[in-house]
Ligand binder design. Structure first.
Ligand code: PLP
Length: 384
């Protein structure tokens, strides 16, 4: 059996090496390292793939979130509601911009931001909601957009883990994740579903005016050369990374299918286990049927109900199976983000999930033999 890895970037690269190398060499030959034609080409191809009017490339997914919030003109003291159970980048940029983060609980089935908790958290100061499409499945965007409309709020989708996923509306219509809110951010960190070979990110929007504002912000607040109209940042996707991403974008749907196939095999192995909860959606199949892309499995995350999660992590590692706990500490209990207004009873789901979740190896190169070994090792331990 091949060594099991959490992500297998080398195996994936070896299959597209010729194309990637040629594309990178083109950049080296052209010396167009910054904002070269490859960046524009990738931007256009990603716009077409997503069916979104504007993609604005930038340096990483955290910048993308920050720039999206700057573009919306949010002001210090404005309250921004986001999920307690996510990567810290989401809340970090809210705090950096001196906005007030308002963390709320998540749904125990989908791991995504809880709709009733959003409603409860809205005050006259609330200006935006940041749903995170955690682990690769969209948050309940239909409900979130309805709340935003009613209260006149912006919706910023953190799509770092969901690129390529479909969101299915109650009328059956589908939209790509990251094209539904007023603006969205994504990350091209190497292990993400569409990853480059360094850092990268992008902002998406269908709003022409907002796209114009954001294009200036990423470039030192310049709309005309050496005229700085607003305080901006320097955040660029470099041409070499764009050259790699443009090749990999052609494979994104195939890559996501491979992740879904691995998830389906895991689900089959774990579905009748008393102490294990497999990832599912609420109103959608969550990507486990053969025909939809509701879930693109950035992570394959189980809940372990019999208190053996920590021992299981150790056992898997001892048997050559890497795994992860995303995330081990709720954001509302992180030193940087505590707030005297938070009440523990408002975070019952997150507080439980952090002790139950385990993410198994998930990538495009997993094979049946590895999955069978992982499943058998895990089940034997949990049921022992
Ligand atoms: C990875 C990630 C980010 C940050 O992306 P970087 O490119 O690492 O800055 C933000 N939000 C979520 C949910 C992520 O998973």
């Amino acid at each position: 059996m091949k060594t099991i890895q959490m992500v297998d970037l080398k195996g994936q690269y070896s299959k597209i090496k010729e194309d990637v190398d040629a594309s990178v060499l083109e950049v080296l030959d052209s010396t167009a390292y910054i904002n070269g034609p490859k960046v524009h080409q990738f931007q256009k191809n990603l716009e077409a793939y997503l069916g979104v009017k504007h993609v604005i490339p930038c340096a990483n997914g955290t910048d993308a979130l920050q720039i999206a919030m700057m573009g919306l003109g949010l002001k210090p003291g404005d309250e921004v509601i986001t999920a307690d159970f996510t990567f810290a980048a989401t809340v970090e940029v809210i705090a950096l911009l001196q906005l007030t983060p308002v963390l709320v609980d998540v749904d125990e089935v989908t791991f995504n931001i809880d709709i009733d908790a959003i409603k409860k958290a809205i005050t006259p100061k609330t200006k935006a909601i940041v749903p995170v499409h955690l682990f690769g499945m969209c948050a309940n965007m239909e409900a979130i957009m309805a709340i935003a409309k009613e209260h006149n709020l912006f919706v910023i989708e953190d799509n770092a883990q969901g690129i390529g996923a479909d969101y299915t509306w109650s009328n059956g219509k589908k939209s790509k994740s990251g094209t539904i809110g007023h603006v969205a951010s994504t990350s091209f960190f190497p292990s993400k579903n569409l990853g480059c070979y360094g850092d990268g990110g992008a902002i998406f929007t269908n709003d022409d005016d907002l796209a114009h504002i954001i294009r200036g912000i990423v470039n030192h607040g310049m709309y005309e050369r050496y005229h700085h109209d607003v305080v901006g940042v320097n955040s660029r996707l470099d041409s070499i990374q764009a050259a790699i991403l443009d090749i990999k974008l052609k494979h994104l749907d195939t890559y996501n299918k491979k992740r879904q196939n691995a998830a389906r095999a895991y689900n089959k192995a774990f579905k009748n286990e008393e102490h294990i909860v497999i990832p599912t959606g609420r109103d959608v199949c969550s990507g486990i049927c053969d025909t939809c892309d509701c879930h693109v499995f950035h992570q394959y995350t189980l809940r372990i109900l019999n208190g053996k999660r920590d021992a299981l992590v150790k056992h898997l590692n001892e048997n050559g199976i890497p795994c992860g706990v995303y995330y081990p500490i709720p954001l509302h209990l992180q030193k940087a983000y505590t707030d005297s207004r938070y009440i523990e009873s408002d975070f019952t789901v997150t507080n439980r999930l952090i002790a139950e979740v385990i993410s198994l190896p998930m990538h495009t190169e997993l094979d049946d033999e590895q999955i069978a070994f992982i499943a058998a090792t895990l089940k034997n331990f949990i049921n022992a």
